[in-house]
Design a protein around this ligand. Structure first.
Ligand SMILES: [Fe+2]
Length: 278
C-alpha cells in the first residue's frame, strides 16, 4: 500500500524535468509544480543519495520515470539487469508513467550515448513490438514509448514514422509519449509535413507530451534540449492539444540547464496553452 500522498496514477498540467542543480531549491521551497520527470537511469541504485533524493521528491509530488537504456530497437538481448533495477525503482517510487524511446542505444553489449533511429519496416516493427511486449511483461505495467528526432533515413524504410508508431500501439497496447520538438526537428530534416504526422497518431494513446528547444545548424535542426521552445514548435503543440486534448506536458531542458525560475517560466507558457484546451 502506497505511503505517498500522491498515489501516482494521475498527472496534469506542465511538469518539470528534475535536474541536480535544482534539488536544493526544490527541497527548500517546495514549489507549486504539478509533477516532476526523473531520468530513471540516474536513480537506479539500491541506496545512497540518488534514491534518497528521488524518494524525497516523491513525498511531495507525482513523478514520471523517463529512461534511455531499454534499447528497445536493438538486436541485443533485452538487458534484464537494467530492467530488474528499473522494476525495483518503479516499485519504490510508484511513478505515474515509465517511458523510453523508439530507438536503439546498444550493439554487441556496447552502449552509445545516442538514441539511434530504426528503419521503418514490417521486420523492425515486429522486432521492437515484441521487445516492448516483453518489457511490459517484465515490469508488470504498460510503458510509454517516445518518437525520436533523427538526422538520417534508411533506403529500406517503407512506412511513415506515424504508421510505425501506430503499428507499435496496436501490437503491444503500449501508450505514447509524443515529443513535439522531435516531430518538428525530423520534419525539417527529412522534409515532411509535421501536421500530417500528427493526424496519423492514435489520439487515445498519447499520455504525455515533451517540448524542448532545438539548435539551428547550417542545413539541419539539432535536438539539443538547450534552449527555450521555438515558435514553430509552440504552433505544432497547439495543433497537438487540439487533437489530443490537454495532455500533461514536460519541458525538456537538459543542456545548459537554466535557473529553476527560467525553467518554471517556460513551463508556465505550456500551462497557459493547456488551460485553453482543458
Ligand atoms: Fe523527449
Amino acid at each position: 500500500m502506497s505511503s505517498y500522498k500522491f498515489k501516482g496514477h494521475e498527472i496534469q498540467g506542465a511538469g518539470l524535468g528534475l535536474r541536480s542543480s535544482h534539488y536544493q531549491e526544490i527541497f527548500d521551497t517546495k514549489p507549486d509544480v504539478p509533477w516532476f520527470e526523473l531520468l530513471s537511469d540516474n536513480y537506479m541504485s539500491d541506496g545512497g543519495l540518488p534514491i534518497i533524493r528521488a524518494e524525497k521528491i516523491r513525498e511531495d509530488y507525482p513523478v514520471t520515470l523517463h529512461g534511455v537504456g531499454m534499447s528497445l530497437g536493438s538486436t541485443d538481448p533485452l538487458n534484464t539487469d537494467y530492467l530488474s533495477k528499473l522494476k525495483a525503482l518503479t516499485d519504490r517510487i510508484e511513478p505515474t508513467y515509465v517511458s523510453d524511446h523508439i530507438a536503439w542505444v546498444s550493439v554487441g553489449g556496447k552502449y552509445t550515448h545516442d538514441l539511434l533511429p530504426l528503419p521503418y519496416t514490417e521486420e523492425t516493427l515486429h522486432h521492437i513490438s515484441d521487445r516492448i511486449s516483453q518489457v511490459q511483461e517484465f515490469l508488470g505495467r504498460k510503458i510509454l514509448v517516445e518518437n525520436p528526432s533523427s538526422y538520417m533515413t534508411f533506403d529500406s524504410t517503407d512506412m511513415t514514422e506515424a504508421e510505425f508508431i501506430k503499428g507499435i500501439t496496436q501490437r503491444t497496447d503500449c501508450d505514447l509519449l509524443l515529443d513535439i520538438n522531435n516531430i518538428y526537428v525530423s520534419a525539417v530534416n527529412h522534409d515532411f509535413d509535421p501536421y500530417e504526422y500528427l493526424k496519423g497518431i492514435p489520439s487515445d494513446r498519447v499520455k504525455e507530451i515533451h517540448l524542448a528547444g532545438y539548435e539551428k545548424m547550417d542545413n539541419y535542426l539539432f535536438d539539443t534540449h538547450g534552449y527555450q521552445v521555438h515558435p514553430p514548435v509552440w504552433d505544432l503543440y497547439r495543433a497537438a492539444l487540439k487533437q489530443f486534448g490537454a495532455i500533461p506536458t514536460l519541458i525538456e531542458w537538459d543542456t545548459d540547464v537554466p535557473s529553476f525560475t527560467t525553467l518554471r517560466q517556460e513551463a508556465k507558457k505550456a500551462e497557459q496553452q493547456l488551460k485553453a484546451f482543458s
